[in-house]
Structure formats: C-alpha cells, structure tokens
Design a protein around this ligand. Structure first.
Ligand SMILES: Nc1nc2c(c(=O)[nH]1)N[C@@H](CN(C=O)c1ccc(C(=O)N[C@@H](CCC(=O)O)C(=O)O)cc1)CN2
Length: 547
C-alpha cells in the first residue's frame, strides 16, 4: 500500500488538472453563487457595506441548501478519483448511541449525502444502555476498519457516557468532526498546522466564503460558547483575519432564556452599579441586590441562580449590535431580535428549534423593552402581550399574532414562562411544544417535526414514514418568512409546528444585510462539511495530502 503512494499521487495530480478544466465548465451550471477556492465571489453579498441596510430593506439570503448542494457536487470528482486510486469508495463510519429522533435524522442525512456523492457509510447503532467501555471498544473497532476513512460519533451522547473520554479513542487522522484534542488543539493554537476542523463551523466559514463575505478586518460576535460551534468558529474567524472576535459566554445569554420579570429586575439592579456600553439610558432601577458569588465552572456551567447579576448580561444586545458578522448558536428560538442587530450586518443562524404555533410559546421580550426600557431604537415592534412571538412582520404564519407597539418600556409579554412541554434536546436544538398528553413524547414530536421539516425543505411531502410517529404530515404550505428558500411549517396530530432558528428571521432580515434561513442555512452546510472532511481524511490516509 505504501509503495503505491507516489504513483497514486501522480495519477491524482493528473486527474486534478483534468478536474479543474471540467470544473470551469460545470461551474457555469451551478447557479448558486458558490465560489470555488481562489476564485472571486459572484454573489452580491460581496458588495455589502456593513453599514447600511440592504437595498429594499431586505437582507440577502445566504442559501445554505443551494451552496451545500454545489459544494457536494464539487466533491463528486474527488470521490471518483479516490475510488479509482483506493480500489473502493471513500468510507464514513458513524457511531450512533440510542435512538434520539433528531440524531437519527442527522445520521440519515449524512448517509444520504454520502451515497449521493458515491461514498460508503458504515453506521454502528448502539443501544442507549451501552457502557463507556463498550462504546470505546466499538469506536476503536470502527477506527481500525480499513474501509473507513473518516469516523464520527453522533452527539449528544446519553448522559452516562463521557464525550471527553470517547474523543480520546478516536484516530485523529479519521476524526472528521475535528473533536479529538489533537485536531482541536492544532486549530485553536496559531501556527500548529490546522488539520480536521469541526463540520458546523467549517460550514459557516464556507458559506461566508462562497457567498463572497470577506471576514478580513471585520468585527465578529459569536453568541454561543460550545465546543462544537462557538469556540472553534471563533478561532476560524480569527484565522480568516477578523479584526476582533467576541465569544459571548453562556451566562450572558442563558439569562435571556429565563423568566423575563426576573431578568428585568437583575438587569435594572445591575445597571445601577455597573458601567454600560454606549447605548440608550437604562430605566430607573431598584436598589442593587447583594453581590453575587461567581458561579459556574470554567466552561461556563450555566451559572447559579444569581450568576447573572454580576455578569452584565443586560449588555448582550449592545454586544450583538456591534457585530459586522454575528453568529448565533445558543439553542433558543428567536432569541436575537431585530434591534439586536446592526443595520447591514451579516447574520449566521446556527440554531434549529421546533416550536408550536399554538399560543403557548415562551414569552418574548424585545430588547427595546427589556435591555433598557426605553423603547424601540429602530422602529421594530415589541412582542405581543400574550407572549405569542414576534409581532409586526406576520406574513400569514399563524404564530405571529402580536400587535405592533411602538414603545417598549417594560418587558413585554406577561412575564410568565410557558414552561409546559418545553424540552431542550441538544445544545443547539430545542423543542417548545404544547402539552400533548401522555401519549405523545417529545421525542416523537421531534421525529415527526424534523422528518416533516426535512420533507418540506426539499419542496415535497414529508419523509415521516416508518418512524412510528403518527401521521408525520408536513410540508404543507409553510414559508420561511420572506426567504423563499425553504418551507418550515408542518403539522403533527393537528398541532402546527415550525422550525425556527435562534434569530427572529422576519425582524432581523429587515435590518441585516445578509442572513441565513432556518431551515436551509447552516444545517445543509454541516452535512457537506462532513463529506469534505471525510475526503480529506481519505487523502491523509492515502498519503495524497501531508498529515
Ligand atoms: N458528531 C456531531 N454531532 C452533532 C453535530 C455535529 O456536527 N457532529 N451537529 C448537530 C447535528 N447535525 C449534524 O450532526 C446536523 C444538524 C442539522 C442539520 C440540518 O440539515 N438541518 C436542517 C433542518 C432541520 C431538519 O431537517 O431537521 C436545516 O437546517 O436545513 C444537519 C446536521 C448536533 N450533533
């Protein structure tokens, strides 16, 4: 195998030259705005001023589905060449523990994309009762499989398993998620030779690049400090030449998930004793509470009940408003509102949340009301008093029932948390559902929801067949705001659900210069990035690229 490498390399180089010529022709057919490396951007986003709202008051849509499809088509040539050289298709090994419907869906998406590109997948599905040592043995077995070039462990793992320990078992050369400490370390430290990097951040960077958004010299704010997205993405933006990258600690945004009256109290109290960033004057405040002891571990840990008092989380909208490029990966539906965003900014929404369209959604407080109590700074509307979501920009979606109120001044909504049926299913995925009774588990809702959303997103019927999740009907007549990119409304057992991001799309798309939709933004780019990384791993293995 080793002696064949120089011949392989020669053949590979020849094939690459041929491929380059083909690509020039085929690019003409890819009407997605995708830009191969080294070529100038075709997309109008390249002309964004980062200071003005987009022409006509609507953001340019960064169409992740189209760009990912073009990226995957580009990979087909590499797959064919590698198949010829290796004498077998490149292979992706996946370890899936348990039967979370969302994880199963994402694994299926990876399988389908691999198959479409001509790659093999080997899925090892383990029960959620598997022990740590059994999991590690299974992973070692997959890593040792000669047909497998890239390996990933679908996350999250059940609570009793250590993600950290299992990552150590990975062969770093096959680590297509870039989660092994060697790959992560090389990426986080300067000048250590980046190898395999996490798929979702890579998808974000590729979407920016292929859409013609230049990171160089920009002020970037990453809302979300996870190991999967926020932390690696911040390093990647730094390496792309961002002037500054701010990672917002989870305590700065988790407080915004909580009871809004309590948030108001803390924010007002904190405003008395802490300096503020430039911005509107805070409302008069009650006396400050006793100082809070620092809480939460080194990784954030979420903080204690009073952790927010000393954390200046009330300044979060000021921070996000400072961004030329804002990435949001927090796992909370529509946290970021129109007035959290600087006019003309590029907004990347990594969140995937399934919400009910019944009036049981969590209470919404626009930053105009809650961050400073002084009203809307840019004419956006505050939330409806029934807590039913965003307000003015309703375009036929039943959920957006609010009324337009010009003045904030008081927190909006009724301050109560809907609570019932709300389930967080991963760091960046949440389900907010009505109470459907005992018979309906949140997992089955997610299954129907995500399957239906996937079907809707592909412009057709839902794919919710054979998953034991009721009718799974979906796809019907939804819209993703104004994007026109992907439908996102679907129904399940007479309840209408919608997939939304961490960004209030309708509001923010009136302010931002460019925005990713959900669905149809970063999700598909993540899948394409896994394929890209698998081919990279195959090239390392074959000696076609230096490790
Ligand atoms: N080992 C890993 N686990 C997880 C990762 C990861 O990168 N590596 N990321 C997420 C899940 N994920 C990929 O694994 C993923 C999430 C969402 C999508 C996607 O295409 N979403 C669609 C819409 C939602 C849907 O159809 O359900 C979209 O945004 O258009 C792909 C991959 C956590 N785990």
């Amino acid at each position: 195998m080793r002696r064949a490498v120089p011949v392989c390399r020669l053949l590979y180089q020849l094939a690459q030259q041929k491929e380059q010529a083909c690509r020039q022709i085929s690019n003409a057919f890819f009407a997605s705005g995708a830009v191969p490396a080294g070529q100038p951007a075709l997309n109008p986003v390249a002309n964004l001023s980062f200071t003005k709202p987009s022409v006509g008051g609507r953001a340019v849509i960064l169409d992740g589905r189209a760009v990912a499809a073009a990226w995957e088509r580009e990979l087909v040539g590499d797959v064919a060449r590698l198949t010829e050289l290796l004498g077998r298709p490149p292979g992706l090994g996946v370890v899936l523990v348990g039967s979370r419907p969302d994880s199963m869906l994402y694994v299926t998406k990876k399988q389908e994309a691999c198959q479409k590109a001509g790659m093999n997948t080997y899925v090892h599905h383990l029960p959620d009762t598997v022990s740590q040592s059994q999991l590690e043995a299974a992973l070692a077995h997959v890593c040792a499989d000669g047909r497998v070039d890239g390996v990933l462990i679908q996350l999250p793992l059940p609570r009793h398993l250590s993600e950290e320990a299992v990552m150590e078992v990975l062969d770093p050369r096959k680590d297509v998620d870039g989660f092994h400490p060697l790959n992560m370390g090389r990426m986080l430290m300067r000048g250590r030779g980046v190898r395999l990097v996490p798929a979702t951040p890579l998808g974000c960077i590729e979407l920016l690049r292929r859409s013609g958004v230049d990171v160089q010299g920009k002020n970037c704010v990453v809302l979300g400090d996870s190991n999967i997205v926020g932390t690696p993405l911040a390093a990647m933006l730094r390496d792309k030449g961002a002037a500054a990258v701010t990672i917002c600690h989870r305590r700065s945004y988790r407080e915004w998930f909580e009871d809004q009256q309590e948030v108001q109290r803390k924010r007002a109290a904190a405003a008395v004793c802490l300096p503020r960033l430039p911005g509107p004057t805070p409302a008069p405040a009650p006396p400050p509470p006793p100082p809070a002891s620092p809480s939460g571990g080194p990784d954030g840990g979420g903080g204690g009940p009073d952790g927010g008092d000393s954390f200046q989380s009330y300044q979060l909208p000021d921070l996000t408003r400072s961004a030329d490029i804002l990435v949001v990966a927090v796992g909370h539906p529509e946290l970021v509102r129109g007035d959290w965003v600087r006019p003309g900014a590029v907004v990347i929404d990594v969140g995937i949340n399934v919400v009910s369209t019944l009036p049981r959604s969590p209470p919404r407080v626009s930053s105009s009301g809650s961050s400073n109590g002084s009203g809307s700074s840019n004419g956006n509307c505050s939330s409806s008093s029934d807590g039913g979501g965003s307000s003015c920009n309703s375009e036929g979606q039943g959920r957006q029932t609010g009324e337009c109120r010009g003045s904030g001044g008081g927190g909006g909504g009724d301050g109560s948390s809907s609570g019932s049926g709300s389930t967080t299913i991963s760091s960046s995925t949440a389900v907010v559902s009505p109470d459907l009774g005992d018979a309906e588990s949140s997992a089955s809702i997610v299954a129907a929801a995500t399957a239906a959303a996937a079907g809707a997103g592909n412009g057709g019927a839902a794919t919710g067949d054979g998953d034991g999740c009721g009718d799974g009907s979906g796809g019907g007549g939804g819209s993703s705001g104004s994007s026109g990119v992907a439908a996102s409304l679907y129904s399940h057992r007479n309840v209408v659900f919608q997939v939304v991001g961490d960004v209030a799309f309708d509001e923010v798309s009136r302010v931002a210069g460019a925005i990713t939709p959900v669905p149809g933004g970063i999700g598909p780019m993540t899948i394409a990035a896994v394929l890209h990384n698998t081919l990279k791993a195959a090239k390392y293995r074959a000696g076609l690229e230096p490790w």
